[in-house]
Design a protein around this ligand. Sequence first.
Ligand code: UT7
Length: 323
Amino acid sequence: MTLRAVVRGVGHYLPERIVPNSELSHLVDTSDEWIKTRSGIERRHFAAEGETTSMLATHAARAALAHAGLEADDIDAIVLATSTADLTFPSAATMVQANLGMTRGFAFDVQAVCAGFVFALTNANALILSGQAKRVLVIGAETFSRLMDWTDRSTCVLFGDGAGALILEAQDQDGTSADRGILSADLHSDGRFKDLLYVDGGTSTGTIGHLRMSGKEVFRHAVEKLAETAHTALEKAGLSGEDVDWIVPHQANIRIIEGTAKRMQVPMERVVVTVQDHGNTSAASIPLALSVGYDRGQIKQGDLVVTEAIGGGLAWGSVVLRW
Ligand code: UT7
């Protein structure tokens, strides 16, 4: 018998306001055509005034709990991936804990920007395998619209807001690659690339700041590093690209998604794509895509799912799990 962290529930939440590309072309010198062809994005959701990351996260958490048929007090830990917490502290995760009425267990945030959900899943898996928790609510939630410089057309057209959540549960499995649950993970960061994608605010400036990105450079790293980390994670699980039912990638750019799938030799029919509807929601993009992919009937129990993401840091990684 081998303990595995198995998906017990999934859910997501998107703010009501949908912003099509055409709306942004009134703000900066851009066009629907440019945004669509360079990124694949057609629309994104923006949080309402006063709607915070922890609020989006709470909606997604409730949806995942309902899907799992569980109550908040059935959960031992909340791990929330975000770079846009409501406040510098306390963590958005503890705010979600309070919102859910959860009076036991523990909650904390993980900050690895767009790779945050992969890091959060890996942390949650470790909590389960080390016996710290039996059920972990893993959330990715962001309000990146709050970090945009609305005069910078090279970034402000790319990002959106949203949240997704998974519930992982400790279950005994056989100890083979046919098991349900998280089978392997592969994480990396390289701080030498910190200037390629960052927010120019924080305690050093006393301001919240704006997102700054060298898009072309990040793009180059993404295509190269994502396929490599996915390959390594698959290898650790004793699997290969042929075994993959679904790639659920970070949704930053359709060209990166296609380039990575090609390098992994996985056809696009086996990739969950939501970038057209959500834009880049940073740490929320993978759980959103998992939840939407599940709702669409794409991801089914027993399917082998590979998630991969890269973002500021640079930080990147991949998690292989059987749904
Ligand atoms: O989630 C974290 C990880 N982030 C990513 O993975 C993002 C990675 N990067 C990308 O997705 C792409 O690099 C972008 C979508 C950001 C940009 O695509 P690109 O093909 O690399 O375009 P570019 O930056 O080379 O810009 C091409 C041209 C430039 O004009 P010139 O210098 O060739 O005259 C830009 O000024 O497009 C111009 N441009 C725009 N034009 C219309 C940049 N932004 C826009 C815009 N509308 N919004």
